[in-house]
Design a protein around this ligand. Structure first.
Ligand SMILES: Cc1ncc(COP(=O)(O)O)c(C=O)c1O
Length: 362
C-alpha cells in the first residue's frame, strides 16, 4: 500500500476491516473464477444468487434471527426507512408512538407525522439529548400501531441501556449505528432497520428485519419500491438490488464470524469504549458529554471547556493520523466513532495522543 492507513473516527461512512477491503480488491475484476466483477453480474445469475443467499443466511446465523422474522435489503439508507416504516405500519390504527432521543429519531417522528398521528412518548430534548429516558418516563398510546426508537444516538453519543417495555405494541428500532456490535433479542422486535454504512457495508442500503405478520398493512399510497410485503415476497429483488453492497456485507459478516461472532464484537466495543471513558473520567482537560449510564459504546462524545481548544485538538489529531474527530455541529466538541472495524490499537493510540495534548494544554 502506497500510504499508511489512518485511524478514521468518522461517524459514517466509516472504517471497514482492512482484510475485507483487501479481499474485495483481490476479487474486484474476477470474482471466484467467474471472469467478472461482482459489480458486473446479473442479479438473476446463479453466481450472484449464491453470494446473496450466503450473505442473508450468515446474517441470520450471526444475529440469531428467528423464523418469525424476514431479512430484506432496501436501497435508500436509514432515512428511507423513516418513511417506509410509517407507510407500512401506521395504517393499522393510524397512530404511532415515537421516542425522541436525538436528531435521527426526531427526523423519523417528523416524517411519520406525514402519514398518521404521531405521539411523542418521551423526549430527552430538555437536556440536549445527553440522557436516555427511563421506562417510567415513557407514555404509551392505547392504540399505537408501533413504538419507534433509535437504539444508539450517533450524534449525541448516547445509547439505550435497556429495551423499552411496550406490552403488545410492536417495537420498531433504528439500529443504524450499533447493529452487529452486540447481540439483539430479535424476538422482542417488530422491525429493526439499519443504514449499513457504519458497521456493515458501503453506504446506500438498509438492512430491515421484520416480523412477517407486520407486513401487508401498508397505506394505499405506499410506493411499490417501499412496500415491505412485496420486498419480502420478491426476496429483495423486486428491482435490481444494491448488489455490490450486499457482497461487501457478506465479506464483513465472514470477518465477524472469523473474529468470534457477535460476542467478540461486544467484547471489543467494551474494551474500546472503556479505554476512552476511563481516560475522560480522569482527565484534567477533557470530559464526556453524555450522562454516564447513557454513554454509547460506538460514538464517544467529549470536549474541553474551550471551543478554541476543541478545534485545535481536532486539527492537531488529524495531522497525526486520527481523522474525523470533530463533533457534530449540534453538539460541538469532539466525537470518536469506534465501530466494529476500529482496531483497539487505534483507540489506545488516540488516548496516548489525548494525554500528550492534555499535558501541553493544562
Ligand atoms: C442512528 C441513525 N439513523 C439514521 C441515520 C440516517 O442514515 P442514512 O444517511 O443512511 O439515511 C443515521 C446516519 O448517520 C444514523 O446514525
Amino acid at each position: 500500500m502506497a500510504q499508511e492507513r489512518i485511524y478514521n473516527f468518522s461517524a459514517g461512512p466509516s472504517m471497514l476491516p482492512l482484510s475485507v477491503l483487501e479481499k474485495a480488491a483481490s476479487e474486484l475484476t474476477n470474482f471466484n473464477g467467474s471472469g467478472m466483477s461482482v459489480m458486473e453480474m446479473s442479479h438473476r445469475s446463479r453466481v450472484y444468487q449464491d453470494i446473496f443467499d450466503e450473505t442473508k443466511s450468515l446474517l441470520k446465523t450471526l444475529m440469531n434471527i428467528p423464523d418469525t422474522h424476514e431479512v430484506i435489503f432496501m436501497q435508500g439508507g436509514a432515512t428511507f426507512q423513516f418513511a417506509a416504516v410509517p407507510m407500512n405500519l401506521i395504517g393499522v390504527t393510524g397512530t404511532a408512538d415515537y421516542a425522541v432521543t436525538g436528531n435521527f429519531s426526531s427526523l423519523a417522528a417528523k416524517e411519520a407525522a406525514k402519514y398518521g398521528n404521531v405521539h411523542i412518548s418521551t423526549s430527552s430534548e430538555d437536556r440536549n439529548h445527553t440522557y436516555i429516558p427511563r421506562q417510567s418516563q415513557i407514555s404509551l398510546s392505547s392504540d399505537a400501531s408501533y413504538f419507534h426508537y433509535c437504539a444508539n444516538n450517533t450524534i449525541y453519543g448516547t445509547e439505550w441501556d435497556y429495551v423499552p417495555d411496550t406490552g403488545s405494541i410492536p417495537l420498531v428500532c433504528d439500529f443504524s449505528s450499533s447493529i452487529l456490535s452486540h447481540q439483539i433479542d430479535i424476538s422482542k422486535y417488530g422491525v429493526i432497520y439499519a443504514g449499513v454504512q457504519k458497521n456493515m457495508a458501503p453506504a446506500g442500503m438498509a438492512v430491515v428485519i421484520i416480523r412477517r405478520d407486520l407486513a401487508g398493512h401498508e397505506l394505499p399510497c405506499t410506493p411499490t419500491i417501499m412496500n415491505y410485503k412485496i420486498t419480502i415476497d420478491k426476496d429483495s429483488m423486486y428491482n435490481t438490488p444494491p448488489t455490490y453492497n450486499i457482497y461487501v456485507l457478506g465479506l464483513v459478516l465472514k470477518w465477524i464470524q472469523e473474529m468470534g461472532g457477535i460476542q467478540a464484537m461486544d467484547d471489543l466495543r467494551r474494551e474500546r469504549s472503556s479505554l476512552l471513558y476511563d481516560f475522560l473520567d480522569n482527565s484534567r482537560l477533557f470530559h464526556g458529554c453524555a450522562d454516564r449510564e447513557a454513554r454509547s459504546k460506538m460514538n464517544v462524545t467529549f470536549r474541553t471547556d474551550s471551543d478554541t481548544l476543541d478545534s485545535e485538538f481536532s486539527k492537531d489529531a488529524a495531522s497525526h493520523g486520527f481523522e474525523n474527530l470533530k463533533g457534530h455541529r449540534l453538539v460541538g466538541g469532539m466525537r470518536a466513532s469506534i465501530y466494529n472495524a476500529m482496531p483497539v490499537e487505534g483507540v489506545k493510540k488516540l488516548v496516548e495522543f489525548m494525554k500528550d495534548f492534555e499535558s501541553k494544554h493544562s
